[in-house]
Design a protein around this ligand. Structure first.
Ligand SMILES: Nc1ncnc2c1ncn2[C@@H]1O[C@H](COP(=O)(O)OP(=O)(O)OP(=O)(O)O)[C@@H](O)[C@H]1O
Length: 539
């Protein structure tokens, strides 16, 4: 805290010591000299190689990685920024295959560090796109990268960082899964110091930004607004629901797509090449020119992968490059452990390993691949099911049902939607549909999955084939509208329609003049609406 009467104190961005403003420059020179010596001996050298930007080694607290990133969970392998793919491909040809596969997940090792290796996403990164132009101009605005898992959001953020490094910008990463509001504040404080003292800008990458609560998201607001930090947020969830609107209006949303099968094939081929695996063409059992010489020495096994296995992997990973690459890694590791072909096998030198389609399939769990129960896909699929039934397309309806159930969706969630559909879309055109849906819901409740799948299939088919009517649904919507738009107090219930259980109420005229319909032979003339609404039609 500065003494109100004393000189203004400034915090040294290197060692965090507070000093009078007049002494800061001399102090900084000393700190920087010490920092330089440490850098030469320490990991700063690695950062230089990797392109990660760090202000000063002493600046970061231990829980935040050198570039500001927190240590990432092992499966995601976030934070480290070395381009190990380059290492895999070129600098370590003498490494054995198990050594190359050791350590970080293959997906992380293969993370491209430049646009040249970044595959797909041409809508946002193709020639003449805004983002590419901005990248070339080193002018990066605050952005939210929205896309499904493993489509390259983090990778793109790292590429932007590397690109921005050219004009001296710092890159700091936080993961919203474990960062606290204090972490955010600390990063912002550092960014302010850097800007004030060294005119260095900061890019702050926040992975899974949707996991920050409103308060944490609010913390960014003024600093994004005034340019202290350029925010790059990554999210798999629809930003319109998950990012607070004030923050969203200050960022551009860049929508990344699921990687296509072709894109996945080329990502897998790059990894295969880096690992020195040979591709076995489908027609002739001869290896293609892809891959390397297949290991450093004769005692090293030569690993072959069937072309079909690559294509299957590219299809099964559903556009998620992390799943594809890690699936490949698993298949290779498993085959290295068990799969040496017997000497004399076709094309074998006795030291040959074949990776076939079934091996890559084993490494992948379909349920995970097809469907993300908690995420956007859950809502997309139920919406597709609802619309297919509404359109009376029984094939599409059954397909979307299958996508959800095979992906592990809760059958009761689907059944609840069918109950709603029976009324909203079929209504009085076939009132039995509601019975069907409620029965399906109860049946699912009794017997659970997988037995209840056929109940849902039957009910979905019934709904798709049933005649449709939205008469009641529309009429009820009009009632709601009428109530919403009513000006002033709502009209009282007409006295003759009121029940009169007590003498007092009777005395007040409750129920007076009410005509009890069963007592009349002929149709009864009687008003059932308040006078103000007389004659209103909802149907
Ligand atoms: N477009 C791409 N081009 C090349 N490789 C890619 C691409 N997208 C992803 N990859 C590979 O997949 C790995 C995982 O990608 P990344 O971490 O960028 O995905 P993400 O979209 O941030 O996923 P998540 O939402 O799950 O965090 C990367 O390390 C990289 O090896």
């Amino acid at each position: 805290m500065a003494d109100p009467g004393g000189p203004e104190l400034v915090r040294c961005p290197v060692c965090s010591q507070e000093l009078p403003a007049g002494r800061i420059n001399a102090h900084l020179d000393g700190c920087l000299q010490r920092g330089k010596r440490m850098r030469l001996s320490g990991r700063e050298e690695e950062e230089k190689e990797s392109g990660a930007t760090i202000a000063f080694p002493l600046f970061s607290k231990p829980k935040i990685e050198a570039d500001g990133a927190r240590p990432s969970p092992p499966t995601r392998g976030r934070g480290a920024e070395q381009d190990d793919s380059q290492g895999l491909a070129t600098s370590c040809p003498q490494k054995s295959m198990p050594e190359k596969l050791d350590g970080k997940p293959l997906a992380d090792k293969m993370r491209p560090c430049g646009l040249g290796d970044y595959v797909g996403q041409s809508k946002v990164l193709g020639e003449n796109t805004l983002l590419r132009t901005l990248l070339h101009a080193h002018e990066i605005p605050s952005v939210i990268l929205w896309g499904p898992p493993g489509c390259g959001k983090t990778t793109l953020a790292h590429i932007i960082a590397k690109n921005s490094k050219k004009n001296g910008t710092r890159f700091v990463t936080l993961s919203a899964t474990n960062a606290t509001t204090n972490d955010v504040r600390e990063v912002i404080k550092q960014a302010q110091n850097e800007l004030r003292l060294f005119k260095r800008k900061t890019i702050l990458f926040v992975d899974e930004i949707h996991r920050f609560n409103k308060l944490q998201q609010d913390t960014f607001l003024p600093h994004v607004e005034c340019g202290t930090v350029t925010l790059i947020g990554a999210t798999t969830e629809n930003p319109s629901f998950e990012i607070n609107s004030a923050l969203l209006s200050r960022c551009r949303v860049i929508v990344l797509e699921k990687l296509s099968v072709e894109a996945m094939e080329s990502i897998l081929m790059r990894a295969i090449k880096s690992l020195g695996i040979r591709v076995l063409k489908q027609d002739a059992h001869s290896d293609s020119e892809d891959g390397s010489s297949g290991g450093g020495s004769r005692s090293e096994p030569v690993v072959y992968i069937e072309e079909k296995a690559i294509s299957t992997l590219a299809h099964l990973c559903d556009g998620d490059a992390r799943i594809g690459l890690n699936g490949l890694q698993l298949a290779v590791q498993a085959r290295l452990a068990t799969g040496r072909a017997p000497a004399g096998a076709k094309g074998s030198l006795g030291n040959v390993i074949f990776i076939q389609e079934e091996h890559v399939k084993e490494g992948l769990q379909r349920s995970h691949i097809l469907y993300d129960r908690a995420g956007e896909e859950h809502y997309n699929c139920i919406s597709a099911l609802h619309k297919s039934m509404r359109g009376s397309d029984e094939n599409a309806s059954l397909y979307w049902l299958g996508r959800m159930l095979e992906g592990g969706e809760n059958p009761l969630y689907v059944a609840r939607r069918l109950v709603r559909f029976a009324s909203e879309d079929i209504g009085l055109a076939d009132p039995l549909a509601l019975n069907q849906a409620v029965a399906a819901y109860q049946g699912c409740h009794f017997i659970g999955m997988p037995e209840c799948e056929v109940l849902l299939a039957q009910c979905v088919t019934y709904m798709a084939r049933a005649p449709k009517s939205i008469e009641v649904y529309q009429a009820y919507s009009k009632v709601k509208e009428c109530l919403k738009n009513h000006k002033g107090p709502l009209p009282p219930v007409p006295l003759h329609l009121r029940n009169a259980p007590t003498k007092l109420m009777k005395g007040l005229g409750y129920g007076k003049g009410y005509k009890y319909n069963p007592m009349y032979q002929e149709p009864v003339q009687q008003d059932y609406l308040p006078n103000e609404l007389k004659g209103i039609k909802f149907f």
